[in-house]
Design a protein around this ligand. Structure first.
Ligand SMILES: [Zn+2]
Length: 559
């Protein structure tokens, strides 16, 4: 037998021989997890939206658990760390529009945009096309409009562009509406009326949490008939009234002080989408309770269960001090963990590393995704020291991702995110307790405990910056209306779920199909899939190739 093969067997032999198994949890773990997730994802908590009674009930429950474990406040003399969250800007009764003497309705006919000042204006409209001036392309929407014709007028501007709105537009650098509005103001506009008659662009959203006023009123016409006529020299009177709104939110921070040299952070966000007014993927806009059992009652339960085991008195865990953090405002943009990490003095020297649990309740095929492996060389080393039954790890390097670990990474703290994968209930009212895999979650928590145990002998976790896949992600304007399987390890993009009535569904694709080509772009992974989507804009048609149970198939798709 050739030496190399012999060497390999020996190496494997010795590795498996040296490996620990991950620690058992205290008896009754799954019962406690059911209690935690059942409580946090209950209907009466109404989806734990920041600023609501429901999230305060969740906070009370978590703090009760902290106190049972004798955790103490971390920094101030309060577990609760208060911060404010900007929520949807409110449109008051002062938003009015009349055209040619006819009154129009807020929302159904028009609404102010995030670019708008609060003002009342009367004037005549003038249509300025897209409001774009592209000298290098010898293109100027104002060419035929003298400054006299423009002065003190209400400019009507189409939000599209000469060749449509898509990533390959030759006018891409002129697409920004804020820039176009500032140019129009310079040209004499006293108000702007935005319309979307061409349709390659998405309508301007009436939902925004921060105002970027350009100093004049800027409204969008949602009434398609009015949008067609308002640019034809109409007398308009309009007024805008936008009121920013913030709500108070609370990070919940408990500290287990073992008077140890090093401290680690174990975190999970406890907020969710409430009734789904913002961020929901539900098919209807109807307000519905988004229970968030997996996102992220499962993570909070995991953090609490880790605290219970670590605070159990077992000397193993006395090697560290522990910060147990329940963050709020994660769904609004990682706001709670940003506030926490911005307000811990000298933070990069305070914490050895951070572990983030966000969606750990839907383990499938024993496959757990762990991202952030590249944030310290120590992670690889540590994770080889133990195994956890049949649990398989899908590691990824980047420290940047769609959850709270990112803010610790930005503070040069090695950080991992544990994730059991997306599913068709993600950000929908159907993300309920009865779909949680409690046995799987117990295994995930044991794995994390094993990681903590194996990390103790490693004196220092050197921080290493990672290559941010997210920065290079291609942009795209259209999708197939599918939920990709982020855990799929084969070639292509495996479909985890199909949204009814959307492009893929209309073409007959189903969950389990593996997309291998879109148009002339070969799809080998998520990146190439997003790149392929980037070729298209609304209304485009193309060919999609995919395999179903190994059989090659193709279909026509219309975006
Ligand atoms: Zn989440």
């Amino acid at each position: 037998m050739r030496f190399r093969i012999l060497f390999l067997i020996l190496a494997i032999g010795s590795l498996s021989f040296g490996q620990e198994t991950c620690p058992e949890l205290l008896k009754g773990a799954q019962t406690r997890l059911r209690q935690d997730i059942g409580t946090l994802a209950a209907d009466e908590l109404k989806g734990r939206e920041p600023g609501t009674r429901g999230i305060m009930m969740a906070a009370e429950y978590i703090l009760e658990e902290f106190k049972k474990l004798n955790l103490v406040p971390f920094m101030d003399d309060d577990y609760k760390q208060k911060f404010t969250i900007p929520v949807q800007v409110q449109f008051g009764k002062g938003n009015t529009l009349s055209v040619g003497g006819d009154e129009y309705q807020l929302y159904s006919d028009f609404y102010p945009t995030k670019y708008s000042a609060n003002e009342t204006v009367e004037g005549e409209t003038v249509f300025v096309g897209y409001g774009i001036v592209a000298p290098e392309k010898d293109y100027d929407d104002y060419k035929k409009l003298s400054s006299k014709k423009l002065k003190d007028k209400v400019f009507v501007m189409d939000i599209s562009a000469p060749d449509g709105i898509h990533p390959h537009s030759e006018y891409l650098k002129y697409h920004d509406l804020g820039e176009r509005i500032l140019l129009a103001k310079k040209k004499g506009a006293k108000a702007i009326v935005l319309i979307n008659n061409e349709g390659s662009a998405n309508d301007v959203s009436p939902k925004f949490t921060s105002i970027h006023s350009k100093g004049i009123p800027v409204i969008f016409i949602s009434n398609k008939d009015l949008a067609k006529s308002i640019g034809k020299k109409k007398k308009v009177a309009l007024s805008t009234q936008l009121t920013p709104k913030t709500v108070d939110a609370y990070n919940l921070i408990g500290f287990l002080n073992n008077k140890a040299q090093q401290t680690i952070v174990i975190g999970a966000h406890y907020d969710h989408l409430g009734m789904g007014t913002e961020g929901s993927l539900a098919a209807t806009n109807e307000p519905q309770i988004h229970n968030g059992a997996d996102d992220n009652a499962s993570g909070v339960a995991g953090m609490l269960e880790l605290a219970r085991n670590i605070a159990s008195g077992d000397s193993t865990w006395k090697a560290y001090n522990y910060v147990f953090a329940a963050f709020s405002g994660e769904e609004k943009g990682l706001l709670g963990s940003a506030y926490f990490t911005d307000n811990v003095p000298n933070i990069s020297h305070m914490f050895k590393y951070m572990l983030n649990l966000d969606m750990v309740g839907r383990l499938e095929d024993n496959l757990l995704a762990v991202s952030g492996i590249g944030t310290s060389d120590a992670w690889e080393l540590v994770s080889e020291k133990f195994s956890c039954g049949d649990l398989r790890i899908k590691g990824s390097s980047s420290g940047v991702g769609p959850s709270d670990h990112t803010n610790f990474y930005y503070k040069d703290i090695p950080a991992l995110h544990f994730f059991t994968g997306t599913h068709m209930d993600y950000h929908k009212p159907t993300d309920d307790v009865d779909k949680i895999n409690f046995e799987g979650e117990e295994m995930v928590i044991r794995y994390i405990l094993g990681l903590i145990q194996a990390s103790i002998p490693v004196k220092e976790f050197m921080f290493t910056p990672t290559v941010e896949e997210s920065r290079t992600a291609p942009s795209f304007n259209v999708t197939l209306g599918v939920m990709p399987d982020y855990m799929y390890e084969g070639e292509g993009m495996r479909i985890d779920g199909v949204t009814q009535g959307r492009t893929a569904d209309n073409a007959g694709l189903i969950a389990g199909d593996i997309v291998t080509q879109l148009g002339d772009v070969k799809v080998v992974d998520m990146m190439s899939y997003m790149k392929a989507l980037g070729q298209y804009k609304k209304g485009d048609e193309s060919t999609i190739e995919y395999t179903r149970d190994g059989e090659k198939m193709s279909a026509q798709v219309k975006f």
